[in-house]
Unconditional design. Structure first.
Length: 372
């Protein structure tokens, strides 16, 4: 539905916290009964491009096999020639139509109760989220329209600047605009989650202070571990956590300065986020799907074309190149969540801490914003 990168295709409390963990876990916990929330992801078949209905039997089967309970899926305008408001309204309406087509498989998420219902009924919950506030135009009251349509997560900016504030790739780091403050006030009134994933540092810090409700950084890495603009500074991570928010670690090339991220990089960034934010504020937002890629070599050509299109549109980020993957090569496909659970257990994380990271922390955060 969107044309941005992932949908075009298919976090002195410091180091001591980890050092106190046991050296190893005897066995990985069984996460099948857990609520697993991907704070930014999608459902699509990476082997097939441009289909009108992304929810094929294979896509739905792999989603169920992954064990994911709910996914924040990007809808609406991100970049390109489409009129942002019209594009966003159309996307939400089209997703509503698709969910009505698959009522036994998928569930629109409006509340915490809906996420728990999705788990109980063995459905995959779809949380409607935006990744660019451009569709606001000059009218903050448009927030009410999208809230009534069921959008539950609102990211203020993508990588460039917009009328709400500067993104992570905007050169000025000018922060939140007065209109951005108006939009945040409206989002708070509508009990929508304010997401600062792609924002510049000053925009993030100012938004976290301006919001009356805790904010989220749904998909990011830690800049202290890998110094790239799409990763968040310790100041951002710490402030968001201190104000009750949520940080989701992605499975993206920005986790390693080489651009070739692996599972060990995901673990290093989770370690750092837990050390900075505490274990109650860190989760996952992979920024990818759970679909298995049949031919990775053939897929590389699709990725190279995608990067070229993103660069031409002015929406790419430092660290993404034609030879990088928008996923972690050894932590992908339907087994990615089970693999991560096992790796965290082997690292000495307790079952309870892992369960928080895999979903409970997002539930806590969402409940603090959405209500019960």
């Amino acid at each position: 539905m969107t044309i941005e990168r992932r949908a075009m295709l298919a976090g002195a409390a410091g180091l001591a916290a980890t050092s106190l963990l046991p050296a190893a876990a005897s066995a990985a916990p069984d996460g099948r009964k857990w609520v697993i929330v991907n704070a930014l992801g999608g459902l699509a078949d990476p082997n097939i491009q441009g289909v009108a209905d992304p929810f094929s039997p294979r896509v739905l089967g792999e989603a169920h096999a992954s064990g994911v309970t709910a996914i924040n899926c990007t809808l609406g305008y991100v970049a390109g020639p489409a009129e942002p408001f019209e594009k966003s309204v159309t996307d939400v309406a089209e997703m509503d139509m698709l969910l009505r087509r698959y009522p036994r498989e998928l569930l629109k998420i409006l509340s915490i109760a809906d996420i728990r219902r999705a788990k109980a009924e063995k459905k995959v919950g779809i949380i409607y989220g935006f990744q660019n506030g451009a569709m606001m135009g000059k009218d903050a009251a448009r927030v009410d329209i999208f809230a009534n349509m069921g959008v539950r997560i609102f990211q203020l900016t993508y990588n460039p600047a917009n009328q709400l504030g500067d993104g992570s790739m905007a050169p000025g780091n000018r922060g939140l605009t007065p209109f951005g403050r108006d939009v945040i006030e409206r989002l708070n009134a509508q009990r929508m989650i304010v997401d600062l994933s792609h924002s510049g540092e000053k925009t993030c810090l100012e938004a976290a202070r301006a919001s009356k409700a805790p904010i989220s950084i749904n998909h990011t890495g830690c800049r202290a571990v890998t110094d790239l603009p799409r990763n968040k500074t310790d100041a951002e991570l710490r402030l968001v956590a201190e104000r009750g928010g949520f940080i989701g670690i992605y499975f993206m090339p920005f986790l390693n300065i080489s651009g070739h991220a692996r599972a060990e990089d995901v673990l290093r960034h989770i370690d750092h986020a837990v050390n900075i934010c505490g274990e109650d504020h860190v989760g996952i937002g992979t920024d990818g799907t759970v679909g298995q890629i049949d031919d990775l070599q053939a897929y590389e050509a699709v990725l190279a074309k995608e990067i070229a299109e993103r660069r031409a549109a002015g929406i790419s980020a430092a660290g993404e190149r034609p030879d990088t993957y928008p996923f972690v090569v050894d932590l992908r496909g339907p087994d990615q969540f089970r693999k991560l659970i096992g790796l965290l257990a082997a690292r000495g994380y307790s079952s309870r801490r892992i369960e928080k990271i895999m979903g409970l922390n997002f539930l806590r955060h969402a409940e603090s914003v959405w209500g019960g």
